[in-house]
Design a protein around this ligand. Structure first.
Ligand SMILES: Cc1cc2nc3c(=O)[nH]c(=O)nc-3n(C[C@H](O)[C@H](O)[C@H](O)COP(=O)(O)OP(=O)(O)OC[C@H]3O[C@@H](n4cnc5c(N)ncnc54)[C@H](O)[C@@H]3O)c2cc1C
Length: 346
């Protein structure tokens, strides 16, 4: 197996990367995390700088890495395979270096309908395993043919259960299975913990959280983790965009957090298609527009956003015009899995 040396100029660390692995997968296997999210070549979270060397790419979304960006030395670590020794510049995330990414069996122990198209799935891990993660991370569920589906862990660490909030994608292979055939005691296989969407606690900037639909799941984990700890005082404003009132699962819980953490935690629900019969008097429209109405100047905030790819894309495109620096934006884009995005040619 051919290997090339990859040197990260930011840290001075070197890694041997096999040509059959992506640079990102190899770094993760060797215990080094750099920012990443979808691992599908679509969300661009793993974009870094290629100082020297040559790579070839698996399929990726051209909007995640444009030809101009390649010409200016950008590299998409989740799709790049080395063809020579490489020098790159990428941020290494020390906090994740002690977490072991594992492949484990797990058992479905509860299935609870949270909304008409959202299922809470509770998974029990084998008794003799330790599964450590940071609130906000996700797991991949591995299907029989080794195809994967990503789901955020919706609960805070510290329990031996993992909770998912799964939205039913019409005709989606795995989510339809959950809604139509999955039973209590079924065994699944997972890989995790994955991703770098977690709260950076080394900052005191006020936080804007933006959830789209089940994008609430990782934010729920982060908030649950924060609010059960020592007294909390860094301001957070959660915006949650859904279509209609019936999609706003766990609304009572979020409103109870507002009561308990007055002056620190605010919540704004934004409905994009409210039914007239609901008599909704709150905010309507797109959730990112609501954020900008409240905070036209974002220069002093950190933004944590998770949910559908179009929501993340519009935030990435428009928020910098309102003063948000790229380093102040953290996101998990709920991209489709790679077999859906880049089906093998028949
Ligand atoms: C990091 C990460 C975290 C995620 N966390 C969550 C989570 O916590 N909760 C959750 O509900 N989802 C989450 N997702 C999205 C989830 O992985 C997809 O919805 C899931 O893969 C769909 O699988 P499927 O087999 O049902 O659909 P597929 O069989 O893969 O897709 C069938 C068709 O549906 C469309 N499609 C696929 N996915 C979506 C989608 N998300 N939205 C709209 N149309 C789609 C495609 O056009 C595709 O052709 C996450 C994704 C990522 C990358």
């Amino acid at each position: 197996m051919t290997e090339f040396q990859v040197t990260n100029q930011n840290s001075g660390n070197t890694f041997l990367v096999r040509t059959d692995e992506t640079v990102l997968d190899s770094l993760l296997r060797q215990g080094t995390a750099v920012p990443y999210s979808c691992r599908n070549g679509t969300c661009a979270a793993c974009k870094a700088t290629l100082v020297s060397g040559r790579v070839i790419y698996d399929d990726y979304d051209p909007s995640a890495l444009t030809d101009d960006e390649i010409a200016n030395g950008a590299i998409l670590l989740c799709r790049a395979h080395p063809r020579e020794d490489l020098e790159i510049c990428a941020e290494e995330i020390d906090l994740l270096s002690n977490l072991v990414i594992q492949k484990l069996p797990c058992r479905v122990i509860e299935l609870n309908r949270l909304a008409h198209d959202v299922m809470e799935v509770k998974l029990a891990l084998p008794r003799d395993t330790t599964f450590q993660f940071i609130a906000g991370q996700y797991i991949d569920i591995m299907m029989r043919d080794d195809k994967r589906r990503g789901f955020s862990i919706a609960n805070a660490p510290g329990s031996d259960l993992l909770t998912l909030h799964v939205r039913h994608v019409p005709r989606g292979r795995f989510t339809s299975h959950i809604f139509q055939a999955m039973k209590i005691r079924d065994i699944l296989r997972l890989e995790g913990p994955l991703g770098t969407f977690f709260l950076r606690k080394d900052s005191d900037k006020p936080i804007i959280m933006i959830a789209g639909g089940t994008g609430f799941a990782p934010l729920h984990a982060i908030l649950e983790d924060l609010f059960r700890g020592a007294e909390y005082n860094r301001p957070i404003h959660l915006f949650w965009g859904v279509r209609d009132l019936r999609d706003l699962y766990h609304r009572d819980l979020v409103e109870s957090w507002v009561e308990e953490h007055q002056g620190v935690f605010q919540f704004t629900a934004v409905l994009s298609e409210p039914e007239a019969t609901n008599d909704w008097r709150g905010e309507t429209g797109w959730v990112h527009e609501s954020v900008l109405r409240h905070y036209p100047d974002l220069s002093n905030f950190e933004v944590y956003a998770s949910g559908p790819p179009p929501m993340i894309e519009v935030i990435r495109d428009t928020f910098p015009e309102h003063g948000l620096l790229p380093a102040q934006l953290y996101y998990d884009s709920f991209e489709f899995s790679s077999d859906t995005l880049y089906p093998a040619e028949s």
